[in-house]
Design a protein around this ligand. Structure first.
Ligand code: IPM
Ligand code: MG
Length: 370
């Protein structure tokens, strides 16, 4: 019998714990009904970790993450911790996980489910059938570049500095993930930067092109400036297959792409590092939506993005594509049957709670698995 998979769950702040409670039902269902077995551990990250330990990610929690087969995270942050000094903010816990686990490739699929075409703010014909994969570089760029900081100037004013920096290996390893994924999809990569104003953009464009010519000439490659990409995403998003871009542009473009699908509440993500000698790669899965303080505690949050993040875990960490599809098909069936949390309902439509959505998924899994 294969060893149990070590799963570390970090529900975090805001709606994180609410959506994670529903994902636990799905994890438990797989543990009981399918071949895979989990040893689940739960811990704190973000604001709740600050309240308990004074830091957004305790060293002991970091150690657990390093030793887990996969980490599933809810969300971090909230108004309660907004005024903390920068280095102690809840978000730093998430950034430390990404950096210390070397999760350089962030996969953010934007798929428009048929049943949700009406929930998008764009016309149905623009988004129906949409299936984009954004690969966001996650451990470099302006998020981590130094020097950084805010300094007091002699004349009494202040100066803020951040540094956008990329090296060839950082660009290559992110782009490589994009090319590999493209080969299994529509075979097209669009590389996105601002080569018209930034040296890092020039380097990004040249290095992606070089890697393409040397190893991925069979994949169709185009280059686009990030501002144009933002515009093209709302004009004609279906022109894209895989988008490969840096940390900051990826952050923004993935929120934009998410909204094309109807709701941020639908979008999962996977953050992956390199595989070790045993083939195991460090990995963290999280919904793209944040902690959503405005709806926290109301029982209305959509758990589907987090459930779909667990599906990505089954696919990318445990090579269980069929089990991942089972979850994705149950989500599709639930949506087709008209069940909606508030974020994906059109005005006047009946809505269900976070917990009802969780129950519906398990019931659907039960049905599909028989
Ligand atoms: C995301 C979030 C994070 C980011 C925040 C919470 C630090 O917006 O995962 O997209 O900027 O990367
Ligand atoms: Mg973001």
């Amino acid at each position: 019998m294969p060893a149990n998979k070590k799963l570390l769950i970090l529900p975090g702040d805001g709606i994180g714990p609410e959506v994670m409670a529903e994902v636990r039902r799905v994890v438990d269902w797989f543990d009981k009904r399918q071949a895979i077995r989990f040893d689940v551990d739960e811990d704190l990250v973000g604001g709740c970790a600050i309240d308990a330990h004074g830091v957004p990610l305790a060293d002991a929690t970091m150690d657990k993450a390093m030793n887990a087969d996969a980490v599933l995270l809810g969300a971090v942050g909230g108004p309660k911790w907004d005024d903390l000094p920068f280095e102690n903010k809840p978000e730093r816990g998430l950034l430390r996980l990404r950096k210390d686990m070397a999760l350089y490739a962030n996969l953010r699929p934007a798929i428009c489910f048929d049943a949700l075409v009406g929930a998008s703010s764009l016309k149905p014909e623009v988004v129906s059938g949409l299936d984009i994969m954004i690969v966001r570089e996650l451990t470099g760029g302006v998020y981590f570049g130094t020097p950084r900081g805010i300094e007091d100037l002699p004349n009494g004013t202040r100066r803020g500095v951040n540094t956008q920096v990329y090296t060839t290996p950082e660009i290559h390893r992110a782009a490589r993930v994009g090319f590999e994924l493209a080969r299994k999809r529509g075979n097209k990569v669009c590389s996105v930067e601002k080569a018209n104003v930034m040296e890092t953009g020039v380097l990004w464009r040249q290095e992606v092109q070089k890697l393409h010519d040397a190893e991925y000439a069979d994949v169709e490659l185009s280059h686009m400036y990030a501002d144009n990409c933002a515009m093209q995403l709302v004009r004609n998003p279906k022109q894209f297959d895989v988008i490969v871009t840096d940390n900051l542009f990826g952050d923004m473009l993935s929120d934009e792409a998410a909204m094309l699908t109807g709701s941020l509440g639908m979008l999962p993500s996977a953050s992956l590092g390199d595989a070790d000698a045993t083939g195991r790669r460090k990995a963290l899965y999280e919904p793209v939506h944040g902690s959503a303080p405005d709806i926290t505690g109301k029982g209305v949050a959509n758990p589907l993005a987090c459930v779909l993040s667990f599906a990505m875990m089954l696919r990318y960490s445990f090579d269980l594509g069929d089990d991942a599809s089972l979850i994705e098909r149950s989500v599709e069936a639930i949506l087709a049957s008209g069940k909606r949390t508030a974020d994906i309902a059109v005005p006047g439509e009946k809505t269900i709670s976070t917990a009802e959505m969780g129950q519906a998924i398990v019931a659907e899994l039960e049905k599909l698995a028989d």
